[in-house]
Design a protein around this ligand. Structure first.
Ligand SMILES: Cc1ncc(COP(=O)(O)O)c(C=O)c1O
Length: 376
């Protein structure tokens, strides 16, 4: 029985050759491929600057550092996201404040964001859950109105569009992830896209210990001297990874189309009013379908479907438990049930079905009929 994971990489000979060429070159890290990958993502997203880092988590951390988030500050994040979104706030000593999500899309609700703003609020991190962009017009109005930063966690949304504008251009800074389940991969990896040159400069420094120049720049300048001006991290992405990224990004437009085709097969399979309903897609958005999430009507159906489909070789998953219900958050911030009722209600019913560029139509049909067989 072949297993259909919920997401997985697609690697071809061209990718392997690209990495092999770097292995035979002088620069395994912080060489010419880093800039080439950054340029490729700029060209794809339409952002002016891109900064490659070692993961999506590092990207989020870099954005928090670039805008000077620290102890005493609050940053608003959605209740439903991967823990890394909120963790990036905690790394800085600031407090994540959880906003509830829209019940139909599970995207951060701008009305609840406005409600959660206090004099300590410094930023909002909007998460393009599953690959659907948030309501950026409303979020931009709030951010500008209160003079706070708008950061996009688009780790699910490379290639998504909102009113014709690409993910990477919708917020002050946008984070991407290149983990193998994402649209393209570098093994581990991340990127921040921004139109702000100053912020880009700060994040380049942050990924390299807070040092003003990198090794290659010093070689070119013929000097050993460097100055560390702030505390940074080693969040660099290697040239081997960037070469893989450059090779992968070429295939992204075709892969996004394939993801859409799989999604429309599922849409069709679950179009009748039923015990299975896909999450809503808002008008004016181009969904990047990192995840395909359905809501199951009954209370016990999710566990039954999860167990049964797994037994049939289908890698269904659940994204996500509201972050503040994890033990760490309960203990550190005293959060508990009832904080974001819509997120909590949705969590009991959602199931993520497999979607990735390597899937065949028959795989999607098998997944859909398997799910239906577990609905009472
Ligand atoms: C919404 C979201 N944010 C951040 C991350 C972190 O990305 P990475 O795994 O590359 O650190 C992920 C990864 O799954 C994610 O789904």
């Amino acid at each position: 029985m072949t297993f259909i994971p919920y997401g997985r990489q697609l690697i071809d000979e061209e990718d392997i050759k690209a990495v092999g060429e770097v292995l035979r070159s002088d620069w395994l890290t912080t060489g010419p491929m880093v800039g080439r990958f950054e340029q490729a993502v700029c060209a794809f997203t339409g952002a002016r600057f891109c900064v490659a880092v070692s993961s999506g988590t590092a990207a989020l951390h870099a954005t928090m550092s670039a805008i000077g988030i620290g102890p005493g500050d609050e940053v608003i994040v959605p209740a439903i996201t991967f823990v890394a979104t909120a963790n990036a706030v905690v790394y800085t000593g600031a407090k994540p404040v959880f906003a509830d999500v829209d019940s139909d899309t599970l995207l951060i609700d701008p009305v609840d964001v406005a409600r959660k703003i206090t004099p300590m609020t410094r930023a909002v991190i909007a998460v393009d859950y599953a690959g659907q962009p948030c309501d950026y017009d409303a979020l931009r109005a709030i951010a500008d109105g209160y003079g706070i930063a708008l950061v996009a966690d688009a780790c699910h949304a490379l290639g998504a569009k909102y009113k014709g504008r690409g993910a990477g251009t919708l917020a002050d800074m946008t984070c991407f992830s290149f983990h193998p389940v994402k649209h393209i991969t570098t093994g581990e990896g991340g990127m921040i896209a921004t139109d702000d040159e100053e912020l880009a400069k700060k994040m380049r420094r942050f990924r390299n210990h807070g040092v003003m120049t990198d090794q290659r720049e010093r070689e070119a300048q013929g000097t050993w001297r460097y100055d560390m001006v702030e505390l940074g991290f080693n969040y660099r992405l290697s040239d081997m990874q960037c070469a893989l990224g450059v090779s992968q990004v070429k295939k992204l437009p075709v892969w996004l189309e394939r993801r859409k085709e799989i999604a429309s097969l599922y849409d069709k399979a679950f179009s009748a009013p039923d015990r299975v309903s896909p999450l809503a897609v808002k008008a004016g958005v181009d969904h990047a379908y990192h995840l395909y999430v359905v809501r199951l009507a009954g209370k016990d159906e999710r566990q039954k479907a999860y167990d049964g489909m797994r037994r049939q070789g289908i890698g269904v998953n659940v994204h996500y438990l509201p972050v503040y219900l994890h033990s760490y958050y309960r203990q550190r911030f005293g959060t508990s049930d009832g904080l974001c009722p819509r997120a909590e209600a949705a969590y009991g019913h959602i199931l993520t079905l497999p979607i990735h560029q390597g899937m065949e139509d028959e795989d999607a049909q098998y997944v859909a009929s398997s799910l239906r067989s577990f609905m009472s």
